[in-house]
Design a protein around this ligand. Structure first.
Ligand code: GTB
Length: 215
């Protein structure tokens, strides 16, 4: 069955791989599935054809036969549940891997998104400079906690899983701010994720679209 995902026709990150199609591409590459990509402008995302797939008019979406999914986490979970390579076989270990996915999306990602809000979307508001240190402190608190839990381990719970894929994807968003570099154990954890061949293929696929055009 053909798998089609959607992505920006030109990501605002200029090829850093920070838009959420990259994590879905990564999950697809980890499972070895072949997929195609439909590229969309911001305008096309708000048109009825795309709103029928994604109620909030965003990317990524996932189509496979009759199945249409939105939300990167739901797409990764679907792939992990139906294909080997992203969650362990043992039921309890699968549940823990899934919990790490939720932790990445519900506990770690929100303060990281707040940083984008306060710096870019709300950057011109008079209170933005007061809010920034509060947001950074919340991120640092989460990263301290995550550092403690990771300890000397390579991955969060045994072998690499969809939990790590999601967590690494979320943490990557912090790299341009310089905050990730202040947490060497997490920085190294993210680098281990980036070093995986499947991530490299996913990054290259988005770079082919979003990277700077050759002179
Ligand atoms: N919770 C949803 C999910 O996980 O799938 C969130 C989806 C989402 O935010 N999609 C964004 C989108 O479609 C793209 S990824 N935005 C268009 C719109 O809302 O109109 C978010 C993103 C965008 C840009 C960068 N960047 O430039 O660094 C990083 C991440």
């Amino acid at each position: 069955m053909t798998i089609t995902i959607t992505a920006f026709n030109r990501s605002p990150d200029g090829g850093k791989g920070l838009a959420r199609d990259t994590r879905v591409r990564w999950a697809l590459e980890e499972t070895g599935l072949v997929y195609q990509t439909r590229l969309l402008s911001f305008e096309a995302m708000k048109e009825p054809a795309h709103l029928a797939l994604h109620p909030f008019g965003q990317i990524p979406t996932y189509e496979e036969g009759d199945l249409v999914l939105f939300e990167s986490g739901a797409i990764i979970l679907h792939l992990a549940q139906h294909h080997p390579g992203l969650l362990p076989v043992d039921a309890n270990a699968r549940a823990r891997g899934t919990a790490w996915m939720f932790a990445a999306l519900n506990t770690v990602e929100p303060p990281i998104l707040d940083l984008t809000c306060v710096k870019i979307i709300e950057g011109d508001k008079p209170w933005a400079q007061d809010r920034l240190p509060l947001v950074v402190a919340r991120i640092r608190h989460r990263l301290d906690q995550l550092t403690m839990r990771l300890g000397d381990a390579e991955w969060l719970d045994g072998a690499f899983s969809a939990g790590d894929l999601t967590m690494v994807s979320v943490l990557l968003r912090l790299r341009p701010s310089g905050i990730l570099a202040q947490f060497p154990a997490l920085d190294a954890y993210v680098s281990r994720g980036e070093a995986r061949p499947a991530y490299q293929r996913a990054f290259a696929a988005q770079w082919a679209i979003n990277g700077p055009p050759s002179p």
